[in-house]
Design a protein around this ligand. Structure first.
Ligand code: ASP
Ligand code: MG
Length: 420
């Protein structure tokens, strides 16, 4: 045995589908055993089995529609505790030395925000010590403990963030995320059948796609990976094919390709509602009053447009988007503000979709907005709002036209599979 150099550590994560039943748990164990046989110590993060977290939440809601957030975390965190124990047993049964760890045992210190806690620090010492005795540390994703010792969860889908944070803390250059798709696609392949798998995607592009509703990676995991320079390899747990690498592309061949093909992906997000405010006085301080009221209600607005009043018109209108489940809160927060301002109406429209093109070269490539708008209008959708940034251009369109618009935009930027 070589005592001079510790074994290289690999950080990997298997999602809920990959550990969905006992047969699959055995397959995960077999795959992880190969990594051990190759001479690695494995930091293995797992999610709760299948849809069991959803089932736990549903059970809580049978008691109350608004469960206490501390108790909900206590409940949800049990899902991962089931899977770490079973995966560890499967590994041990195959003769692999393995041990399970809750988030707290694995050194995850978070802030105290139940339900969406942020990681403050990961103490790598417990796992490093464990690797002196075992080959695999099986860590519960999605959970941690705060400074008071309270159990917390990291937000739905947060196991990805656990895995990437562990990779960073253990000094691993890469984190492999094994999931039920074989990588990141130009758009959702369930909606656009000719969507193509990307070999490489930049952190900044992935952050936009993750935030815009491409449900493959927890957005915070990408943020973490970018901050600590951890490469993410998203790949299928059911095959050995290479998936998609999420990394920094600046200065690489990949970045040069982006100038020729600046649009990397198209995202469709139907999780927002549009809030319309009409008939408010056109005076200084109006926007400030409305958005302060929203802020106090804990609602953050995304796209914002303000209409220009016509000549002789002293009334103003504006629209913005908010997460769908906060639409009622937004309306309730804005209404009293309007009364104080001397009039106006506020309403919510849930039948909207946000369609975005994403790519790191978008801000430096002229003509893309025109091509996007042309494709959207050819599909018959009316553009209601527009927003742009360095890495994306988004439009709000009616939800019932979103599917056609998505396909049209995907085609317009040549993202579909090309016939050989
Ligand atoms: N089990 C948690 C969830 O369903 C965390 C995760 O799967 O990443 O949200
Ligand atoms: Mg997930």
């Amino acid at each position: 045995m070589d005592h001079e150099r510790p074994r290289p550590i690999v950080a990997v994560k298997f999602g809920g589908t990959s550990v969905g039943d006992i047969e699959r748990i055995r397959k995960v164990a077999a795959r992880v055993q190969r990594m051990v046989d190759d001479g690695h110590a494995v930091a293995l993060t797992v999610s709760a089995m299948g849809r069991s977290t959803d089932a736990l939440v549903a059970t809580a809601r049978e008691i109350t529609s608004r469960p206490d957030r501390r108790e909900l975390d206590m409940l949800m965190a049990t899902g991962e505790q089931v899977s770490i124990a079973l995966v560890t047993m499967a590994l041990q049964h195959q003769g692999v030395r393995a041990r399970s760890f809750t988030g707290a045992q694995a050194g995850f210190l978070t802030d105290g925000q139940f339900g969406y806690a942020r990681i403050v620090r990961v103490d790598a010492a417990p796992l490093r010590r464990a690797f002196e005795e075992v080959d695999v540390a099986v860590v519960a994703g999605f959970q941690g403990v705060d400074a008071r010792g309270e159990l917390t969860t990291l937000g739905r889908g947060g196991s990805d963030t656990t895995a990437v944070a562990l990779a960073a803390a253990l000094g691993a250059k890469e984190c492999e995320i094994f999931t039920d798709t074989d990588g990141i696609y130009t758009t959702d392949p369930h909606q656009v059948p000719d969507a193509t798998k990307l070999d490489v995607i930049d952190y900044d592009e992935m952050l936009e796609l993750a935030a815009l509703g491409a449900r493959v990676l927890h957005p915070r995991s990408v943020w973490y990976a970018r901050r600590y320079g951890v490469r993410i390899h998203v790949r299928s747990s059911f095959s050995f094919a290479t998936g998609t690498i999420v990394t920094r592309t600046a200065g690489t061949q990949e970045a040069r390709m982006r100038t020729e093909k600046p649009v990397t992906g198209v995202a469709l997000d139907t999780s927002h509602a549009r809030i319309n405010v009409v008939g408010v006085p056109d005076e200084p301080g109006v926007a400030a009053a409305i958005f302060s009221a929203l802020g106090e209600a804990g609602v953050s607005a995304d796209m914002i447009i303000q209409g220009v009043p016509g000549a002789g018109d002293s009334r103003q209108q504006m629209s913005f988007t908010v997460p769908l489940d906060l639409a009622d809160d937004a309306v309730e927060a804005v209404r009293p503000a309007l009364e104080r301002l001397g009039g106006g109406e506020v309403s919510a429209d849930a039948d909207v979709a946000k369609l975005s093109i994403v790519g790191i070269a978008i801000g430096s490539t002229p003509g893309l907005a025109g091509r996007l708008f042309a494709a959207v209008s050819r599909s018959g959708a009316n553009i209601e709002m527009i927003a742009t940034s360095e890495v994306r251009i988004s439009v709000i369109i009616p939800k019932d036209r979103a599917q056609e618009a998505l396909q049209a935009v995907h085609d317009a930027f040549g993202l579909g599979r090309t016939e050989a």
